[in-house]
Write a protein that binds this ligand. Structure first.
Ligand SMILES: Cc1cc2nc3c(=O)[nH]c(=O)nc-3n(C[C@H](O)[C@H](O)[C@H](O)COP(=O)(O)O)c2cc1C
Ligand SMILES: [Mn+2]
Length: 489
């Protein structure tokens, strides 16, 4: 299921009663945040996508919270339920999961190859709605965009739901990332690509190669699968538009930028073109972040705007992050579901993974495994720490396969019962998320792996591991059948 653009998705949401048009005038300064925060954390029936049609001081409407529920997130990626993503990707990797790392590497290669081969590479078009209006030189300013000031102590206004496009200066391979941008002035943006991310790697390479500019483009809007794909942690040499094409079942249509050697989604609402000078840095922040804390000021690269193109009547998409759960939690859930088969490709003992909202992704990863040998939990902990952005996971807890890790209460019950805190933990230092404020140094700190599986004699446990209490089925059935008779109401 492919949406042509953001409007097609809005139509679908509206037809299903999943979108509210707000015609009351509202301010882009804090007011929208408070509304969205209530909608994200309030009763499910209030949790709708919001289209603010009258944002004070602007003509352009703001769309927010389109991904903010499991149902809308699933619809955005062309499925009815997020678990279907796991099935779809498993089907692409089938038949059997490989046993050895060598095979696994081949299979991962094959998988990306398969994406390329199914003809879902982006397609270049020459006529693009996003270029109906072209503003260059001094006309290319941000002044007409309803960019939000999200939280009271934010350092300014931020573009919060962008699709940032750049190319590896060496290989030319495209990267698409979702990195917030702070408005420094009407023609300059702070580029918050963190050091572990694709864009930052392009910047490092450009600096080493002595380049004075990296072209960048920021697209806003388009098919929601295209927007979401920017947040997907793909390997560095895989173009996120390929993944978006596969999700849509149709290639993403791209158009050549007007002032930069890059292509952007033709059906986007707005595109900001420009460049980053790899030697330039400016203070960025503070920003009320998805950790629920303000990320303090730090030096980040700067994007200089060379052109802005947009549709005749564009819609500005945004999100507000903050203390979870908010919209980005569901975007991360989609990633978790989609990447589960990929993680199983390398660690085929994994049964399920849950990154609960309280852990804001990198703080807590619950994993159930089919335990087959002594030390198996530790193998999985170390394996995950070696896999892409999982390197940033601060706490990984491993469970036996019968534990439903999607139920955090059930998982905690088993973990707290099963762990000897002197013996069943690995404490290590390594890379941590750039947003982690607990680590004593930036991006480097401690992490813990916890083995909450039942312990074996081969692991040095020589007592008898107890059995879980469970009632026998005949008695359950008996009580079920006689329940009315007992008169307990
Ligand atoms: C709403 C939202 C905002 C995000 N903001 C940032 C950000 O400002 N900087 C950053 O490095 N990552 C941010 N991320 C996470 C990245 O998008 C994510 O790590 C993605 O995998 C990066 O793409 P890359 O692997 O191609 O670099 C954000 C994610 C979401 C969902
Ligand atoms: Mn990437």
């Amino acid at each position: 299921m492919a949406y042509r653009d953001l409007r097609a998705f809005i139509d679908r949401l509206e037809a299903a009663g999943e979108l509210v048009r707000i015609t009351a005038p509202v301010s882009a300064h804090l007011e929208i945040t408070e509304i969205v925060d209530r909608v994200c954390k309030g009763p499910a029936e209030h949790n709708k996508a919001l289209l603010f049609e009258r944002v004070k001081g602007y003509e352009i409407p703001v769309l927010i919270n389109m991904f903010g529920s499991p149902r809308r997130m699933a619809w955005a990626l062309g499925v009815e339920d997020l678990n279907e993503l796991t099935e779809r990707l498993s089907a692409l990797i089938r038949p059997e999961l490989p046993r050895t790392l060598g095979q696994a590497l081949d299979r991962a290669g094959e998988m990306w190859g398969a994406l390329r081969a199914v003809g879902l590479k982006p397609r270049i078009v020459h006529n693009a709605p996003v270029q109906e209006v072209i503003l260059t030189d001094e006309r290319a300013t941000l002044s007409h965009l309803p960019i939000l000031h999200c939280w009271p102590e934010d350092g300014g206004r931020y573009i919060t739901l962008p699709t940032v496009i750049s190319r590896d200066p060496e290989t030319g391979i495209r990267n698409v990332g979702m990195y917030r941008l702070q408005v420094h002035d009407e023609r300059t943006l702070g580029m918050h690509w963190q050091i572990h991310k694709g864009g930052a790697e392009h910047e490092r390479k450009a600096r080493e190669m002595g380049r004075d500019r990296i072209p960048v483009a920021v697209s806003l809007g388009g098919d929601p699968a295209v927007i979401w794909a920017g947040s997907a942690p793909l390997p560095p040499d895989v173009d996120e538009f390929l993944l978006a094409g596969w999700l849509r079942g149709k290639p993403v249509e791209l158009v050549q930028c007007v002032t930069q050697p890059l292509e952007v989604p033709a059906h986007a609402e707005i595109v900001i073109e420009g460049y980053v000078d790899p030697e330039e840095r400016r203070p960025e922040g503070p920003f009320g972040d998805h950790t629920g804390y303000y990320t303090p000021v730090d030096d980040y690269p700067v994007m200089h705007i060379t052109a802005i193109t947009h549709r005749r009547k564009p819609i500005y998409p945004a999100t507000v992050v903050g203390r979870p759960p908010m919209e980005d939690y569901w975007m991360g859930k989609a990633t978790e579901r989609l990447f589960l088969p990929l993680m199983k490709l390398f660690l085929n003992e994994i049964v399920d993974i849950n990154m609960p909202a309280e852990g804001v992704f990198h703080n807590l990863v619950l994993v159930s495994i089919r335990k087959r040998f002594p030390g198996h939990a530790r193998k999985v902990i170390n394996g995950l720490w070696g896999m892409g952005l999982m390197m940033l996971a601060k706490c990984i807890i491993i469970f036996d396969e019968h534990v439903n890790v999607q139920d955090v209460s059930e998982a905690m019950f088993h973990a707290l019962n099963n762990v000897d805190w002197a013996r069943d933990v690995i404490i290590q230092e390594g890379p941590v998320d750039a947003l982690d404020h607990a680590s004593y140094q930036f991006a480097f700190g401690g992490k813990i792996g916890i083995d909450a599986t039942a312990k074996w004699p081969e692991e040095g446990y020589h007592r008898r591991w107890p059995k879980l209490i469970e009632m026998v089925e005949p008695i359950r059935k008996l009580v079920r059948e006689r329940w009315e008779e007992y008169g307990i109401r």
